[in-house]
Design a protein around this ligand. Structure first.
Ligand SMILES: [Zn+2]
Length: 127
């Protein structure tokens, strides 16, 4: 089986050639980011995440489960990573990752520390 040559073809041409155009349109309709990115990767576009964002809006994907994170959904975290030993005088480069709180709590269990839901989501604990 030969690998398709996608050079010089549009996204729609690629999706049609792969036979996933309807699936792609359905993924946009459902705002199914995971499926959309899978299809975009399958037709070898350069920036599947950027294209998905432009098609269905800026979205956050859970680092752990891969599911979408919606503002009106489950509690979620933005986790900022940087080099602990970077020079204090510099603004170290950072990487942001996003996760459902539940997913992070389950997967980031420390040996002596735990994520603190009550501190992170103060309003949720006040009743
Ligand atoms: Zn998750």
């Amino acid at each position: 089986m030969t690998k398709p040559n996608y050079a010089g073809t549009t996204l729609n041409e690629r999706l049609f050639a792969k036979g996933v155009l309807n699936e792609f349109d359905a993924a946009i309709g459902d705002k199914d980011r995971v499926k959309l990115i899978e299809l975009l990767k399958a037709v070898e576009v350069d920036n599947p995440y950027g294209i998905a964002n432009s098609l269905i809006g800026l979205g956050y994907q859970c680092w752990f489960c891969g599911g979408g994170i919606e503002p009106d959904g489950r509690e979620a975290l933005a986790i900022c990573l940087s080099d602990l030993w970077a020079e204090q005088s510099d603004e170290p480069p950072t990487q942001m990752i996003y996760a459902h709180f539940d997913c992070a709590e389950m997967r980031m269990r420390g040996s002596s520390m735990a994520l603190e839901r009550d501190m992170l989501f103060a309003s949720a604990s006040e009743t």
